[in-house]
Design a protein around this ligand. Structure first.
Ligand SMILES: NC(=O)c1ccc[n+]([C@@H]2O[C@H](COP(=O)([O-])OP(=O)(O)OC[C@H]3O[C@@H](n4cnc5c(N)ncnc54)[C@H](O)[C@@H]3O)[C@@H](O)[C@H]2O)c1
Length: 348
């Protein structure tokens, strides 16, 4: 089994909480370098996990002899670091959203093709026990062709407070990009990525500039807040299917967090995260549940294991960039439509 030397770019919350444990579950893989513009943050991670090389500029990290680079920086830093890593001949795993525009995703896809290296978006929810079970069930044909999807990523008072999320110059979007991307990617994964053709979107700042809703993750800088706190979209797909998408960090609702979808097919419908399905056979109404797959590790860990396996076995990316392009095209379309005040066409 080949030894995988890994470089980590961005040493903040998700790197420490999910990517470090993920890589520690991959046999014969080792994080040998870490980079963060905040030197103290990089040094602290290096100290805690015995990482020998520390950098503050990702262009220096990618010069090392590495199999792959794992990118956990704020959204708008993804593109330059992904392109630098691919340009240096490294495989790349990058946090979501891979980029905030389709132009950037296309540039990354071209760079990965040219370098003959894997590019994978860290859409960890695909690797959860529930989505894995639901995907297998839907692939059996029991739900039939999908004609509509309701997709939610809405929170009552969970607004991430760091500049990387609320400063548009770093994040490139609010909850639509941050959490809409999760629910949307998961729903499209189950639907087998139909091609979107048109979208109508709306974005708003309803509560984040005020003080009515107390953030459960603490206070945020109201002046720096430059993204939406609510977004909604209506999507038309080439095959005639439609989708309603809602994303929010702050709003009046009883659930602290509602990450969910309900996908309607001609033979039945499926819901996540309940994993329930509803159908009818011979005029008998049926309800059931796709039981979560037993024995899976944490989703980020499964995702990193899948990435390492694809590198070693020279297999395609477990999250193909063509699928990420569809996800980002829809999210970008919501912002474009909101700005234009009308429906917009999606060109992939
Ligand atoms: N999959 C998930 O569940 C999940 C959860 C949280 C965050 N994320 C994603 O992970 C990424 C990082 O989020 P986070 O919560 O760890 O944020 P964070 O703010 O905690 O950490 C980001 C780190 O990147 C560093 N950084 C900024 N610019 C840099 C640059 N040019 N070069 C190197 N380092 C740089 C910052 O100093 C910071 O330490 C975001 O894209 C976010 O959307 C994913």
């Amino acid at each position: 089994m080949s030894h995988l030397r890994i470089g980590l770019i961005g040493a903040g919350g998700i790197a420490r909480a999910a990517h470090i444990p993920g890589w520690s579950s991959v046999p014969n893989a080792e994080i040998v370098a870490v980079c963060d513009v905040n030197k103290g943050v990089a040094e602290s991670l290096a100290r805690d996990f015995n990482i020998p090389h520390v950098f503050t500029d990702f262009r220096d990290l990618v010069k090392l002899d590495l199999a792959a680079v794992d990118i956990c920086t704020p959204n708008r830093v993804h593109t330059p670091s992904v392109l630098a890593a691919l340009g240096a001949g490294k495989h790349v795993l990058c946090e979501k959203p891979l980029a905030v525009t389709t132009g950037e995703v296309k540039a990354m896809a071209a760079a990965a093709k040219k370098a003959k290296r894997l590019l994978m978006t860290a859409q960890h929810i695909r690797f959860t026990d529930k989505i894995t079970a639901l995907k297998g069930f839907v692939q059996s044909g029991n739900i039939g062709d999908f004609y509509h999807a309701r997709v939610h990523a809405v929170r009552r008072n969970l607004l991430p407070t760091s500049p990387g999320f609320i400063d548009d110059r770093l994040s490139g979007g609010g909850p639509c990009m941050d959490i809409g991307v999760h629910a949307l990617d998961s729903a499209l994964h189950i639907m087998d990525f139909p091609k979107p053709v048109r979208v109508t979107g709306k974005t708003a700042v309803n509560f984040a500039k005020g003080n009515d809703i107390p953030g459960a993750w603490g206070e945020w800088d109201r002046a720096l807040f430059g993204v939406e706190d609510f977004a909604s979209g209506f999507v038309h797909f080439e095959n005639g299917a439609t989708m309603v998408l809602e994303a929010a960090w702050l709003q009046h609702q009883s659930e602290g967090e509602d990450f969910s979808f309900h996908l309607f097919g001609k033979k039945g419908s499926v819901q996540w995260p309940s994993n329930t399905y509803s159908s009818a056979v011979n005029r008998v109404l049926i309800d059931g549940r796709a039981v979560p797959t037993a024995g899976l590790k944490a989703a980020h860990t499964e995702e990193i294991i899948a990435f390492a396996k694809a590198i070693r076995e020279k297999k395609p990316s477990p999250v193909p960039v063509e699928q990420t392009l569809i996800v980002i095209a829809i999210l970008e379309g919501i912002y474009r439509s909101a700005k234009a005040g009308r429906e917009v066409r999606i060109k992939l």
